[in-house]
Design a binder for this molecule. Structure first.
Ligand SMILES: [Zn+2]
Length: 197
């Protein structure tokens, strides 16, 4: 696991790793707890327990990218088949990156908005690039802990975005925003930048 920079739910940087179990108390541990560098999580319940505590919103975050369903436990990174990121506005148009994993390879397609004088870009990804992309989305941006919608109802038009993650078995995860953004928004935009040129 990479170190968490900020809470995926509220954006606070006051996050600390959770220490599970019954630790042996000493001065160092007391100091870390006092400084909120560590948080005691009590008994570990499962393999998908959150790894971080956020002192900003009080929630435990940073769960491993595990999807638990009637199919059992699956690692999101192993069941993603496509990722689509779309961003723009009514007047400027939308640009989109669609990355699809098929039996013949992993293909990224970039479609610029009608206003930008940019060309569509098609690129092939290596397995390594695909794995890196999924690691980033799930283990650094914690996309599986995001809200489904980020909407500021007081702004009309403006910017709209959509992130769709397709999984095996026709399952899909949708994230949508209208003039409002998740804490890892800039990181998300940066993630797709390389596929636009
Ligand atoms: Zn938080």
């Amino acid at each position: 696991m990479m170190t968490m920079k900020k809470c995926p739910k509220c954006g606070s940087r006051e996050v600390a790793p959770i220490l599970y179990g019954m630790p042996a108390f000493d001065e160092e541990l007391e100091r870390q707890l006092d400084n909120q560098e560590l948080y005691l999580g009590g008994c570990k319940v499962s393999e998908v327990d959150p790894q971080y505590h956020c002192f900003g919103c009080g929630k435990d975050v940073g769960t491993p990218p595990t999807l638990i369903s009637r199919r059992g436990a699956e690692d999101y990174r192993e069941i993603v088949t496509a990722i689509r990121f779309n961003d723009g506005g009514y007047f400027g148009g939308y640009e989109e990156v669609l990355i699809k994993k098929t039996t013949s390879g992993i293909i990224s397609d970039y479609t610029p908005s009608f206003q930008r004088e940019a060309m569509p870009v098609r690129r092939e990804l290596t397995e390594k690039e695909w794995a890196k992309l999924l690691d980033r989305l799930f283990c650094k941006l914690y996309v599986h802990e995001w809200k489904k919608q980020y909407v500021d109802p007081d702004i009309l038009d403006g910017e709209q975005w959509e992130l769709e993650i397709r999984l095996t078995g026709r399952r899909v995860r949708n994230y949508y925003g209208s003039n409002d953004y998740p804490p890892y928004w800039n990181e998300l935009k940066r993630t797709f930048k390389p596929f636009t040129k």
